[in-house]
Design a protein around this ligand. Structure first.
Ligand code: 16G
Ligand code: MG
Length: 560
């Protein structure tokens, strides 16, 4: 590192002192805190993004968002060259960088890391970082901090992409690095054209009635509502009514949004009795989560159609198309590709969904909570479908399978255009273009749900009736030190402290269809308790008993 670089880093970092007495952690998916203390962190993540770009000789994304959290919070995370999450190997460096006490300390960390990773500053290819942010008012000044961080690496370029959903930025980064068209307009064009392609391939006779043509979307008063309002103008159907778009004066994520709807199981602000029975959906604040719901006639309650049900719908559709593709009438055909289809869930998936998926002969796997884990597992399949119950998920297609599929689609188009097999090939290709290959995306997920419901001729009621969720309860417990809990087997078993899992098992055994697990949150200083059982009372009671065990084993706190 030359003298110019050294003095640039020392000088600019002196303008961004870290907050005192706060320990920051990259956590499950980036840094998150009250926006007022984040400037130094975002500045430092800007440096990291530029270094990551130098290391990978690719374009990197930096997103400023705190997703479903309150409007006064903000956060920052990195999109790697593939469009996926920052490689886990770099997370410890991100933590160290964010917590460096002064410019000298920061500089020393950078020097050591650059050496260890063998990063060259004088390479032919300058660092390039694409910046996105959600609609939070603090986004503008944090964006400036990110730019300062990036430009403290000599020659690095920061490109402000403006207000975007998180999945849009991931999509753009992926497309840029693949040499594809990569603007926001290209994103909208790809989504709308692949959606129209799926709609054109809807089997005759599976038209659903007019009432079911309407979809009402809660935009969480965030960026997703705004973007959806633009996207819907590029589509002929369905009729999409966007509420809580952020333009009506509501507050981001306050009584609205996918996280609120999924956790509280009540209607979001702006929905009411006149929506009973209609198909409704909710996005989170940065539009990487999607849930559907039905408004019930009483008490503002809803019937939640969560990520598990979206996963089930996607899996059924993909499996059906694969089956059509691989058979001709009753016969298996010669040009056959044994595509491995897998579905990935976490322990939060409702037990009824897992049973249902297994009964469909699908391979179901589990990973710990957090998109980075699910995504990695799903990428092991030719078609890997992953979803968290909270509505984050997507479908990944392997390059090898897509290559075969494209060739097969061409072959079928010239030999037997309009055949069932050819349509199945085209549908799967359209799905691979519609659904975001970089990360879970509420907008592309929503369009795929809509296309599949039309294809099946299903109302939301029929979709919701695929299986019935087991009643469940989630609780938070504050403990002295949440890291005292260590889990294994995709967070389903506690290995530390000793004796705790046995005690949980003893509680579970008291309830028919009982299941419960605990894990330290990756985003808050709490333990999360999940319980499910055959009745709501039983799930509540199991959850409470397990929460009391937290107090007993980990020191006193209060459950809520
Ligand atoms: C983050 C994760 C989400 C996970 C949640 C768990 C990403 C993009 N987001 O929001 O997948 O479900 O954290 O939070 O990975 P918790 O650890 O506090 O329960
Ligand atoms: Mg989000």
């Amino acid at each position: 590192m030359n003298e110019e670089q050294r003095s640039l880093l020392l000088k600019s970092s002196s303008r961004f002192p870290p907050p005192q007495g706060v320990k920051l952690s990259y956590g499950t998916a980036g840094f998150r805190a009250d926006a007022s203390i984040l400037e130094s962190t975002v500045y430092r993540v800007g440096i990291l993004a530029a270094l990551r770009s130098l290391k990978t000789k690719s374009v990197i994304g930096l997103m400023i968002t705190a997703s479903h959290n309150k409007v006064s919070d903000n956060g920052v995370k990195i999109a790697d060259p593939s469009g996926g999450m920052l490689t886990q190997n770099w997370e410890p460096f991100a933590d160290a960088l964010a917590n460096a006490s002064d410019p000298e300390d920061l500089f020393r960390l950078i020097i050591e890391f650059v050496k260890k990773e063998n990063i060259h500053f004088e390479g032919a290819c300058p660092a390039e970082v694409l910046l996105g942010r959600d609609t939070r008012p603090s986004g503008g000044s944090l964006l400036e901090a990110a730019k300062q961080g990036i430009s403290s690496i000599v020659g690095a370029i920061a490109l402000d992409m403006g207000v975007l959903t998180t999945p849009q930025l991931h999509w753009i980064v992926r497309a840029r690095n693949k040499g594809m068209k990569a603007s926001e307009v290209d994103y909208f064009e790809q989504l709308s054209s692949s959606f129209r392609c799926l709609m054109d391939l809807i089997p005759e006779g599976s038209k659903i009635n007019e009432m079911d043509d309407k979809l009402i979307v809660d935009g969480a008063n965030g960026v997703g509502g705004e973007k959806l309002a633009g996207l819907k103008n590029m589509l002929n159907s369905p009729v999409i009514d966007v509420r809580n778009s952020g333009k009506e004066g509501g507050v981001l994520n306050e009584g609205v949004g996918a996280d609120y709807v999924q956790k509280e199981k009540v209607v979001p602000v702006g929905f009411g009795p006149s929506d009973v029975g209609l198909r409704c959906a909710s996005l989170d604040g940065d539009a990487d989560r999607l849930v559907y719901f039905l408004v019930l006639p009483k008490d503002n309650k809803i019937d939640l159609v969560d990520g598990d049900k979206i996963l089930s719908l996607f899996a059924l559709f993909v499996k059906e198309q694969l089956a059509i593709l691989n058979t001709n009438g009753n016969e298996k055909i010669n040009n056959y590709y044994h595509a491995r289809l897998g579905v990935v869930q976490t322990a939060y998936a409702n037990g009824a969904s897992t049973d249902y998926l297994k009964k469909q002969d699908l391979e179901v796997l589990f990973t710990p909570t957090g998109v980075k884990y699910l995504h990695e597992k799903a990428a092991e399949f030719d078609i890997g479908i992953y979803f968290e119950a909270n509505g984050h998920g997507t479908i990944l297609f392997s390059e090898e399978f897509l290559c075969w599929l494209e060739a097969r689609d061409n072959e079928l188009s010239s030999m037997s255009k309009g055949s069932e097999q050819q349509k199945a090939a085209s549908r799967l290709l359209a799905v691979s273009k519609l659904i975001n290959q970089a990360v879970g995306d509420a907008l592309s997920g929503l369009l795929l749900v809509e296309a599949i419901l039309q294809h099946m001729g299903w109302s939301i009621h029929l979709w919701n009736a695929l299986y019935q969720d087991l009643p469940s309860r989630q609780l938070k417990v504050k403990v002295v030190d949440r890291t005292a809990i260590v889990t294994a087997n995709a967070e389903t078993v506690v290995v530390k402290p000793p004796g705790l899992q046995e005690a949980i098992n003893a509680e579970i055994a008291k309830y028919p269809q009982g299941r419960s697990f605990v894990r330290p949150s990756g985003t808050e200083d709490i333990i999360r308790v999940y319980a499910e059982a055959s009745t709501q009372d039983a799930a509540d009671s199991l959850g409470n008993s397990v929460a009391r065990l937290m107090d007993k084993f980990l020191g006193f706190g209060s459950s809520s």
